[in-house]
Ligand binder design. Sequence first.
Ligand code: CTP
Length: 402
Amino acid sequence: MTDSTPSRRVLLIVGGGVAAYKALELTRLLRKAGVGVRPILTKAGAEFVTALSLSALAEDKVYSDLFSLTDEAEMGHIELSRSADLVVVAPATADLIAKAAHGLAGDLASTALLATDKPVLMAPAMNVRMWLHPATQRNIEILKTDGALFVGPDEGAMACGEFGPGRLAEPPAIFEAIMAALEGPAAKPLAGKHALVTAGPTFEPIDPVRGITNRSSGRQGYAIAGALARLGARVTLVSGPVALATPPGVDRVDVETARDMLAACQAALPADVGVFVAAVADWRIDEVFGTKLKKEKGGPPALTFVENPDILATLAASGPRRPKLVIGFAAETNDVEAHARAKLARKGCDWIIANDVTEPGVMGGDENAVLLISRDKTERWTRAAKDSVAHDLAQRIAESLS
Ligand code: CTP
């Protein structure tokens, strides 16, 4: 599959959780990229994936027992914990995270985490209540203070039937985080750059309890903010109301209305790049009612609208404060390229990322099929996961700013 003596190695600790199956795909991605994978499968992990699958994909022996004489004869657990350039825990269960935070060492995985002198990257996966529990959040803080890196968790539907943050990050995102951690400063081409990203919908109030919003999930914008941060940028993410976890290393400013979003963007300047992904409401209610509208008061209310500021166009025309690279998004249903190209000119941006929202699974889904339109050319990108589109775009931004 790849060279037999990889120059970069990870020690992959696979914890117990339904998401453990994604560790197999992660192993495949790493091997494909020439990264050596030495797996530790916990007892709980072995309830979900087999040592045989893991070993076949890793092309290496799977370690699982702290007290195995055979394992110890081949490689002692202390040596094992230091035999890689990076220790990756995926899925990192609440239990593994708690053990690592408190320095427990009752099994091979926790012992390796305590004995290692290498950087540690954790990809948490657990039920939403377990993730949000103060004990877990405290443990995460302890590990971050100790220097551990994190990728995810994502938000979404879970195997346990609940919904929220706690889902293991997708294998391509974990792979990217691993590559960034392995490559160190060379993989941080955006170090010293400031990126401004808008994401999510806006919420325009009608009265104290009602408002107008849209179905934007914020996923693509959040993925872009995360990808830019992984490449070393300082990222300010100005976000409308969404139910997503803030990507690691990203400064998030929460706003509701288009006008608040514009003000937050202007306050965040100067920036080297602005990526405007938010689905901003084009109109707001002229006069917001100060008290809740009552239906007895003679039929439905007549609402009058006024146009919202165009955040992208305003920032693109902000003279000396204009980010060097201004990128807009265009969701179109027909004549995608022509409409997007007209938008590029109208809004004064450098690139437009256009997508055809009639494609099944794009709106609110995990994938995107986009065109990158600049003043002089159009590129058609193959359909890919939103995380992968985000990574490719972040790479392109880095090339353009370098
Ligand atoms: N945008 C913005 N502020 C607005 C409206 C849009 O910053 N008030 C940005 C979006 O974040 C996106 C781009 O402009 O990057 C295109 O948004 P879109 O809604 O497609 O553009 P519109 O100008 O609303 O065009 P139309 O609805 O006519 O397609």
